[in-house]
Design a protein around this ligand. Structure first.
Ligand code: BES
Ligand code: ZN
Length: 648
């Protein structure tokens, strides 16, 4: 093995001191090529991957992936290729085509920012090298990997593995030049236990392979954060020729009902912004510990089972991930500082899809809920260490991009686009977006490029002035931000106001109905009462948000008696309800909270629940106890965020 760990003066050893090493690796700064990306060590200008062939052997027994990553490079004459790695053990590196390989020297930098970025892997190459093969294995520090024991799955009998690459975690399971600015195609050959199925963000098999060997191909160039893999007891249900859902057999009935509108969603999206470019669009329902609601892995969106609410009330998550097939996957943020170009566009697009399918009233309701989240986020950011995080364009050098991925990118981003739309008119804006997706298809884009394109193709030709610099580069929400008004939500706010004043707006009401029986008019008494299903989830969320923070336990108990929020089975409602309950020392919720935190791993829910518990002396110890018990079951993305909360 030709591994040399780089420290201070070891650089001399690297290339045998003849010729003297060009690189002294003791400081991250020297490495990070800011022209491209603050979060990758790779020297993309000199040499970059164009295609990746993966050979992976997945061992559930050792919770380890043994791999070979065969990179095909475009080499502009460099004698060193730099990759990103974190938590990987590198066995050897060879150059040349498979079977005619020769081993080469490599070095792993010992960097000061490695808890975020990991290390640069420097590989000695020839100026003409185009094939680099990295033999490696993952470790318990491979943060992308979610290894789930069978008790965390629906079957309770077979284990599960999933990967999460975004933002900078692909380097923890594949040695890559892990920057969204570089696009690659890939193929993979994956060996898994014979009773489990493997799927990737690529063309997938619909059936179990008896040998446990799966081959994949993604022949459109994608950024490294979109390479993904899942292995588990999976079955497939098609909705159409080109769309369907993978899930554990136990979830098949529920999943196939919940997502039945998928072909319609794809149709609506195509009508808006052009042909779907990825051939197939499938969903994969993961176990509950998946840290996100959804992740837009190309051809195969990953979704959290909490999205299966039973009444399609949370399918906007699917509309969102589908929208990423254009904004994000087709046109990709060049760096994580430009994250809003992925998420802001996607939230805008998601709401347009929802409007097409379910009407403007529903999409306005979604936008109002998001606006509420944004206001809270802006308040939090204003008083935080990084008030500049309320700008759309972020400056994340030396920071973990994950820490600044907030509602600002999503909602301020979407409201920015909605505000432009209102100013120029929908027709012109849609034309502009169509040309944006066409122009930058399979490319990457940063904020400056977007502004240039906006000026040239929308604002100038229509002689329109717009304060885009304020939106993108300044803090807070500009005053021209459009307002959303929803009559249905106003009604819920009124309910909340009256209920908090002590008026029992939900009490059963005695009513009379007049019926004609045998020619005689008869008065019939009946009881009218509002039921949980009379309003959609987002209406109830608005109701809960509009109750005073200190409403008092007894009023909450009464609401639970009417509507059973605490056991509603809808994770959005339960999260909001738990938070309000904790603030009001509604201790009867504790056992339900415990159950929820022991089952679900979606960070969006867990973080605010834990935070509220930690801020209340009556629930602080319980929060820590629950976390200690469950942390081994949370994905690193969720676990690390909660750990940071507990430490602060
Ligand atoms: N791409 C994101 C998830 C993500 C963001 C992972 C940043 C890692 C880093 C995904 O599309 C997303 O936004 N998911 C949301 C869904 C929602 C906004 C409908 C989620 O999981 O909450
Ligand atoms: Zn998204």
């Amino acid at each position: 093995m030709r591994l040399l760990i780089l420290g201070f003066l070891t650089s001399c050893l690297l290339f045998s001191c003849d010729p003297p090493p060009k690189l002294v690796v003791s400081n991250t700064e020297l490495f990070v090529d800011s022209v491209f990306d603050d979060h990758s060590y790779s020297n993309l200008k000199e040499i970059y991957t164009t295609h990746l062939d993966l050979e992976l052997d997945v061992s559930f027994q050792n919770k380890t992936i043994y791999g070979v990553a065969r990179h095909t490079m475009k080499n502009n004459g460099s004698d060193t290729a730099i990759f990103d790695i974190k938590g990987l053990k590198i066995q050897k590196i060879t150059l040349g085509a498979k079977n005619s390989e020769r081993e080469t020297d490599f070095v792993i930098g010992n960097m000061d920012n490695d808890s975020v970025l990991g290390q640069p892997l420097l590989v000695s190459v020839d100026k003409k090298t185009t094939k680099i093969n990295i033999y490696y294995q993952t470790s318990e520090n491979s943060d992308a990997l979610g290894w789930l024991d069978s008790n965390l799955t629906s079957s309770k009998s077979k284990p599960f593995l999933f990967t999460q690459g975004q933002a900078i975690l692909t380097r923890t399971w594949i040695p890559t030049q892990d920057s969204p600015s570089n696009r690659i195609t890939y193929k993979a050959k994956v060996k898994v236990p014979k009773d489990l199925m493997a799927v990737m963000s690529a063309k997938n098999s619909k059936k179990l392979n008896k040998e446990g060997i799966y081959e994949f191909e993604m022949n459109k160039a994608i950024p490294s954060y979109l390479i993904s893999l899942a292995v588990g007891d999976l079955v497939y249900h098609p909705f159409s020729k080109s769309s369907g859902v993978y899930c554990e057999p136990q979830l098949l009935g529920a999943a196939s009902k919940e997502f039945i509108d998928l072909p319609k969603m794809i149709g609506a999206a195509e009508k808006l912004y052009g042909k779907y470019q990825w051939e197939q669009y499938d969903l994969l329902v993961l176990p509950y510990s998946f840290p996100f609601g959804g992740m837009e892995n190309p051809m195969l969106t990953f979704v959290n089972p909490t999205v299966i609410a039973g009444d399609k009330s949370l399918v906007s998550v699917v509309a969102h991930e589908l929208a990423h097939s254009w904004s994000g996957n087709l046109v990709t943020n060049r760096t994580w500082n430009d994250f809003w170009l992925n998420e802001g566009f996607t939230v805008y697009f998601e709401e347009r899809i929802m409007e097409e399918l379910y009407g403007k009233e529903v999409s306005d309701i979604l936008a109002s809920i998001e606006r509420y989240d944004l206001e809270n986020e802006l308040d939090r950011i204003k008083n935080s260490t990084f008030p500049e995080d309320s700008r759309l364009f972020l400056e994340l050098k030396k920071r973990n991009p994950d820490d600044a991925m907030t509602a600002v990118a999503y909602v301020k981003g979407a409201f920015f686009l909605k505000t432009i739309e209102q100013k120029v008119g929908r027709q012109r804006f849609d034309q502009f977006l169509n040309s944006y997706f066409k122009n930058f298809a399979f490319k990457t884009v940063n904020s400056k490029m977007f502004v240039g394109f906006l000026e040239k193709n929308l604002l100038k030709p229509n002689q329109i002035k717009f304060n885009y610099n304020e939106w993108i580069y300044e803090q807070g929400l500009p005053s021209n931000c459009i307002k959303i008004n929803s009559g249905r939500l106003n009604r819920m706010k009124d309910f909340a106001l009256n209920y908090s004043k002590g008026i029992d707006v939900f009490a059963p009401k005695i009513k009379y109905r007049y019926l004609k029986i045998k020619g005689k008019k008869k008065r019939k008494k009946f009881i009218e009462q509002i039921k949980r299903n009379d309003f959609i989830v987002q209406e109830w969320q608005t109701f809960i948000h509009s109750l005073p923070e200190n409403i008092g336990k007894s009023k909450l108990q009464k609401l639970d008696a009417y509507f059973s929020f605490k056991t509603s089975g809808n994770a959005e409602i339960m999260t909001d309800w738990f938070i309000l309950g904790i603030k009001n020392n509604y201790g009867e919720l504790n056992s339900d909270i415990k159950k929820f935190l022991g089952k679900v791993g979606r960070r969006k829910y867990l973080l605010p629940i834990y935070e509220t518990m930690l801020n209340n002396n009556k629930t602080k110890a319980l929060a820590i106890e629950i976390f200690e018990k469950n942390k081994k079951n949370y994905h690193s993305v969720t676990k690390n965020s909660i750990e940071a909360l507990i430490k602060n």
